[in-house]
Structure formats: C-alpha cells, structure tokens
Design a protein around this ligand. Structure first.
Ligand SMILES: C[S@@+](CC[C@H](N)C(=O)[O-])C[C@H]1O[C@@H](n2cnc3c(N)ncnc32)[C@H](O)[C@@H]1O
Length: 519
C-alpha cells in the first residue's frame, strides 16, 4: 500500500479547521505512480458501500457565490455588460478572477489554492512541436487558447485595472498575469464541479459587512440530487445547468479511470458528501470518474489518458500492445464527406477525364445540399465508435443525400433527409472517407504501434499523444476492414443491391453518436 504522505497535512488541517470532516479511519491521501494518477485517495481499510468518506460545507466550495470579491466589486458591475460592467458572471472569467484575488490576498482558500498543481500536461501548455504529435486528432482545434487569451485581455484586465483598491498594482505582475489565468483556467477544467445553487438567490453573494461564508445554507436539493458527471466543462454548460462552476476542496483529490468509479459526490442542503458507491478494499485507490471519456477528451481536459485492456467485443483488430481506452471514439467532420462525395460525383460523369469545368458545378450543387442539411438541423461532425457499433445514421443519410440524385430530390419533397440505408455506393464512399480521415495523421497505425512497443521511455506528452492517435486509428482501420468485408460479400451476391435487403447493419440497434462541431 502506498504510504500516507506528510505533505498533505496542511491541506487536511485547513479542510478540517474550516468545517470539512474526514473519516480518517478509512480515507487517506497518498501518491500513486504517475500512470495511476499521482496524488490521489486510498482506502485505509475495507470500506462498505454507501459510506461517507468526507463532507464539505457548501460555504467551503470556491465559486463566484462564495468568494467575497463579487460583492466588493459591486454585483451590478460584475454582472452587466460593457460599458456598465464587465460580464464576469458569464463563463469562467469571474471564477478565475476570484481565484486570483483569493490567492493574492491570502484569503480563506489560500491553503487550498497553494495545494493545487501549477504545472499541467494538458495540451494547452504544450509547445508547438509537441502539438504536432496530435495532428489528425480533434484535440488541437478544441484548445481555444486564442479565445481564452482574448477573454483575459478584453474582460479580466479592464476589470482589474478599474479597481486599484481591490487589485493592488504591485500584485498585478505576480497574481493577475496571463500565465496565472491559464493556470487557474486549467485548474477549473481539470478539477471543477458544477454545483447546483441554493434555491434562494437573495443574500447569496458574500456580504461585504458580515463576511460570513455561511450565507449559502439554503439549498433545497434532496440528498440524491448530486451528480458529479457535471464536472466543469465550459461556459455554455454553466449557463444551461444553472449550476455554479465551483472548486470543491478534497473532492478534487480523487483520480479517475475508465469504469472504475467507486465514490461519488452527493449534494445535500448545506454540505456535499463523497460517498462510496461500492465496497472498496483496503489499499485500493478511490476513484471519482468523469463519465468515461475518450482519450482525446481526457488529454484535452485533464492531461492524462487511460491505457487498459481492450475487450474483444469492441471488434477492434488489435496487434502488438492491445491496451487502450474502451471509451475511445473518432470525430469525423462533414467536410471530409463532402470532399469524397465531390470526387465520387465527378468520377461518375461520362467525360470525367476531361471534366475540368465540372468541378465548380459539382461543388456548387454539393454546397446547396450541405446547406439544406444544416438548415434541417443536421450535424457537421460525426462520432465514429468501434466497429461493434453501427455507423452513425446521420452519416449514412448525409452520404446518400450528397451522392444520390434521386434521394436528394425526395429529401427536398418530403423535407426529410434520406433513410440511413447502406448499399454498394454508400459503403464505397465510406471506405474513401475513412482513407481520407486516416490520411490526416502524419504517421501510420503500424508506425505508432511499433513506437509504443519499442520505446518504453517516451516522454509523457509524446506517449499520451501517441496513445490518443493510436486509439483513433484502430477504430478507423477496423471500420475500414469491416466495410471491405461487407463489400466483398456484396460483390459475391450478384444482383443484391442492399445489405440484408433493407436496413444497414445494426438495424434497430443504438444510433451512432453525432454532435455539432465545437469551436
Ligand atoms: C481531480 S484531479 C485529481 C488529483 C490530482 N492527481 C492531483 O495530483 O492533484 C485530476 C487530475 O489528476 C490526474 N489524473 C486523474 N486520473 C488519472 C489517471 N487515471 N491517470 C493519470 N493521471 C490522472 C490528471 O492530471 C488530472 O488532471
């Protein structure tokens, strides 16, 4: 069993002095090997299910509702848009400013903030050269670094400069820098929770006069109301859930691993409780998992990847090191499908070899179809799962819409996209789409497998990027193999134009996942 570590004492005593309780007979903090999460929580003895490991007063969570900063700043100016205010209730900017201010002023959360990491392995902090390792994945385009920096310059700095009495000029180069902004932002991204606010809004912000942080003991949630799936994601989620993105001391010491969750955060009226959700044996790590995300998302948000044995049922063609993340998926942009559809359409034209003028006419036609698709609420990104799952219905439907003139006509007449039915053409196009998607990576599946197998001491970031790429390529290659087999079967069944005569594989089963592109 990893030993308990004295370096956690300041955090634990701060937590207890401020009203947090810990069952120290069964819950401890320790340091696991890096690949198991580094610092984390351990069971000190066998723990039964439904046991409270620790509890946190709501007032000890750190948010724009518990920090005194918004009321000192003036709620109106905090909330209102320019020119009357700084829109700090929108997104994470307000919480980041509270964290900066609390740290600068050695406020109530100083010991907690001092215990948080200041260095991250999330791609937000990678050098350009390291980021090239992620080429082909959707991680880089989702980093949002430029948008975050714009927010710092246009929102936070003007707010800071407007109140020299709150943000002392000599503090600015130390606590209110762009670097600190990214550090606090990454702390929120990797450790924040979205906590439902108390029912009563009034008196909720900290009062300048009473300064008491117990003004928020008014939550009306039932004990079952907790949902730690709401780990902070982004500003939009905050608005939709009406939850408050909050830092939750001690709860954020728990690591995560695919399908390993054994503890969960429950919200009660005046406190949050971390409760075991299954029996945990002495010496086992206590996990609180963020909804079993694919490695690309784990890396983007938390800076780590899961590397576990992959079950045969996923239908992945594995060779070499057969570990990965069973929750992996691949994002496919609709523009890849449009490119392939254009080539397919041009090839079908009788005078294809001399059809240079046809390109623009074909693209114009396809652009009209894709505009119609988007107007009908169609997605522009599809999520491909391992081949045991069907292709996303929407993707098959879009391929037919783009490449079959009869289906395009019918779709417009009925105001409805085509049915998700595969035939020789859709499968052939899908094969080409997969080739094009695979070509976005700089290395092949075989190269990546060889690198992972031969270099035990790869630098962490390089190895994590490789694991993300490899997981995606395995899915793409396995779907490609499966479709090739289906096409071969089709070729040997002369005259049969559709697989199974009607619907595609996975008929009646779960739909593939699709989503809007997040930029
Ligand atoms: C909620 S915090 C957990 C506490 C954290 N280990 C610490 O030292 O403060 C989440 C962070 O822990 C790390 N982590 C969590 N689960 C992990 C895992 N399975 N493998 C590697 N790192 C993990 C990642 O750095 C992630 O951003």
């Amino acid at each position: 069993m990893p030993g308990l570590d004295a370096s956690f004492h300041p955090l634990i005593s701060w937590f207890q002095v401020n009203g947090g309780t810990i069952d120290e007979s069964c819950f401890g903090l320790t340091t696991f090997p890096e690949e198991e999460g580094g610092r984390g929580a351990i069971a000190l003895k066998d723990i039964p299910e439904a046991h409270t490991l620790f509890s946190i007063p709501r007032a000890l969570t750190l948010s724009t509702r518990t920090s005194r900063l918004p009321s000192l700043f003036g709620i109106d100016r905090w909330r209102k848009a320019a020119p009357d205010g700084f829109l700090l209730d929108n997104g994470w900017a307000g919480l980041i400013l509270c964290m900066m201010w609390e740290e600068a002023n050695h406020g109530r959360w100083a010991a907690y903030l001092a215990s948080l990491p200041s260095q991250f392995d999330t791609p937000m902090f990678w050098f350009e050269e390291e980021l090239t390792e992620l080429k082909g994945t959707s991680v880089v385009e989702k980093l949002g670094k430029a948008d975050a920096e714009l927010e710092f310059h246009t929102k936070l700095l003007p707010a800071i400069e407007s109140r020299k009495d709150l943000f002392f000029p000599h503090h600015i180069p130390v606590y209110y820098t762009l670097e600190k902004f990214h550090i606090h932002g990454s702390r929120i991204l990797s450790r924040g929770f979205t906590v439902d606010p108390p029912a009563s809004g009034s008196g909720y912000y900290q009062d300048e006069v009473n300064g008491s942080s117990h003004a928020m003991d008014v939550d009306e949630l039932s004990p079952e109301g907790g949902d730690d799936d709401a780990n902070a994601d982004d500003a939009d989620d905050d608005e939709e859930d009406e939850g408050i993105v909050s830092m939750v001391p001690m709860a954020d010491m728990l690591n995560a691993r695919y399908e390993s969750e054994n503890a969960k955060l429950f919200y009660e009226e005046d406190e949050l409780k971390m409760v075991s959700t299954k029996p945990i044996k002495a010496g086992e790590q206590i996990f609180n998992t963020y909804s079993d995300l694919p490695n690309a998302e784990l890396l983007r948000r938390y800076g780590h990847v899961d590397l576990l044995p992959l079950p045969a049922e996923l239908g992945l063609a594995l060779s070499g090191d057969s570990r990965g993340n069973p929750g992996d998926v691949v994002e496919l942009r609709a523009d890849t499908v449009v490119d392939v559809a254009a080539r397919f359409t041009l090839r079908k034209q009788p005078d294809f070899s001399s059809a240079t003028n046809s390109d623009s006419a074909v693209m114009e036609d396809l652009n009209g179809r894709i505009d119609w698709w988007l107007e009908m609420g169609g997605d522009d990104v599809f999520v491909l799962e391992p081949p045991a799952s069907p292709l996303p219905d929407d993707l098959v439907s879009l391929i037919r819409l783009l490449t079959d003139d009869t289906e395009w006509q019918k779709a417009q007449e009925k105001d409805k996209p085509p049915k998700a039915k595969t035939d020789k053409d859709t499968l052939t196009i899908m094969l080409e789409v997969l080739e094009q998607r695979l070509a976005l990576y700089d290395s092949t599946l075989e190269n990546d497998e060889a690198t992972l197998a031969s270099s035990a001491d790869l630098p962490l970031r390089k190895r994590n990027a490789l694991v993300v790429r490899l997981g995606e390529k395995r899915i793409l290659s396995s779907i490609r193999r499966k479709i090739s087999q289906e096409l071969e079967a089709l070729a040997s069944t002369a005259g049969d134009e559709s697989i199974g005569g009607s619907k595609r594989r996975g008929e009646g089963g779960s739909e593939g996942r699709t989503k809007k592109q997040r930029r």
